[in-house]
Write a protein that binds this ligand. Structure first.
Ligand SMILES: *Cc1c(COP(=O)(O)O)cnc(C)c1O
Ligand SMILES: [Zn+2]
Length: 422
């Protein structure tokens, strides 16, 4: 007996049984949503049964996931998720916001949000007894898959564009994956991976293709939900005037559109379970040079027209987003929106977050850059509580980080030289 009822095509609505399909809708290529048996879960669990669990990882939410927890314990796969939320009071003041927090996904085992998806896909691969898992990646999805696979002795093959930042390629290699660099874009690597997995029978993790990735990504929404309940409690204790505050607004950077769709799915699951009264607003942030989803959102269409992506934020550099339709809906159905930011704004945001003790890679900093714009244009107001996701670590792209700062002076090792410099 599996842990989910089946799949539902996000485009044509066709329902499939668990064994009927593996990736996308055979009719129209639409992304598939996994249907949980929410009625059964509701009968079995009260939300406090979840929030009182001991696990401090995404497996805390095992009853709400379509896979079983893989055997073993305390491996990186078992410890993904459960990332911290910090307050950013000085940046809040600067932006004129009463409440601003950052959820730091760089604290995941391979230092990006992608570990959430890869943990669940590796669990699925083990259930399917797949010998080899493969993914296309701009770097982070591959690093996450390689890390989670290494943790449980699963074989992984990664196709990345040869332009991937060296630190990400180093991660892939150190985690022991077979790494194939493609002389082309991420989109080229994506198409090649699909062909190769069909040809050789490998299990394909590709983002916006494998329906299990968003089931991992939705765990961030569950964590935000739990944290939000606690934050409320604090306010109530202090008799805060925020009792009637507006809903939480979440800022997330968007490439393929799978993280934003995953977060939306997580909150939708909670609404279905009756465990959350109001849906947060979800605001997607794209780089101006890679804005296919923002373009569709702004044109009020679900038709995603590919772009020729160019941005310093490699993790969100995508010509044809593979989860664009659900990503447009994530903003639309939550009273959110899309914001685009320039590379200069992204680089500037790396420095701003750095000044708070947070080291973000460009795609991670992009979410904060989006907030800066949103606060400036009134898309969020001072009373809106805001949570920004930092999706990846700055250590993954040191070259971009160095663009955000003035390089350090080099001096002779003498006190004279120090005095002269100061
Ligand atoms: C993958 C990634 C994103 C974007 O996620 P999508 O699902 O492609 O929209 C954002 N930030 C980082 C660091 C990522 O690795
Ligand atoms: Zn379909």
């Amino acid at each position: 007996m599996g842990k989910f009822l089946g799949y539902h095509c996000s485009l044509c609505g066709t329902e499939y049984l668990p064994g009927q399909v593996t990736y996308t809708c055979p009719k129209d290529g639409g992304n598939l949503d996994i249907e949980l048996d929410t009625d059964a879960i509701k009968k079995k669990f009260h939300y406090e049964d979840i929030t009182s669990r001991d696990e401090t990882s995404l497996w805390r939410y095992a009853p709400l996931l379509p896979v079983f927890v893989p055997k073993g314990e305390a491996t990186p796969l078992h410890l993904a998720g459960w990332t911290p939320v910090f307050k950013l009071p000085r940046l809040a003041e600067k932006l004129g916001l009463d409440h601003l927090w950052l959820k730091d996904e760089s604290r995941n085992p391979s230092a990006s949000f992608k570990d959430r998806a890869s943990a669940i896909v590796v669990a699925r691969a083990q259930e399917l007894k797949s010998e080899i898992i493969v993914t296309a990646s701009t770097g982070n999805a591959g690093a996450a898959l390689a890390c989670m696979s290494a943790a449980v002795g699963q074989k992984a093959i990664i196709f990345a564009p040869k332009s991937a930042p060296p630190a990400k390629v180093a991660q892939l290699l150190v985690f022991g994956a077979k790494v194939i660099l493609v002389d082309g874009s991420y989109d080229d690597a994506f198409d090649l991976t699909v062909k190769a997995s069909n040809e050789f029978g490998w299990y394909c993790r590709n983002t916006g293709y494998n329906p299990f990735t968003i089931e991992g990504k939705k765990t961030a929404a569950f964590e935000i939900w739990e944290w939000w309940i606690e934050a409320h409690r604090d306010w109530h204790k202090k008799d805060s005037p925020l009792d009637n505050h507006p809903p939480l607004t979440i800022f997330v950077s968007v490439g393929d559109g799978n993280i934003i769709s995953g977060i939306h799915k997580g909150f939708k699951d909670l609404v279905k379970l009756g465990w959350i009264p109001d849906m947060p607003r979800i605001i997607g942030v794209q780089a101006e040079g890679s804005a296919a989803i923002a373009n569709a959102y702004n044109a009020d269409t679900e038709v995603i027209t590919p772009v020729s992506a160019r941005t310093v934020a490699d993790s969100i550099s995508v010509d044809l987003p593979r989860d664009g339709v659900r990503a447009v809906r994530a903003a639309k159905e939550t009273n959110g929106t899309y914001i685009t930011v320039t590379d200069d704004e992204i680089i500037q945001s790396i420095a701003e977050l750095g000044g708070m003790g947070v080291f973000a890679e460009p795609a991670g900093a992009a979410a904060y850059a989006g907030l800066v714009k949103a606060a400036g244009s009134g898309v969020v107001g001072s009373a809106d509580p805001v949570l920004v996701l930092n999706t990846g670590s700055g250590l993954k792209d040191v070259k971009a980080a160095m663009q955000a700062v003035v390089s350090a002076p080099i001096i002779e090792p003498t006190l004279e030289a120090v005095k002269k410099l100061l």
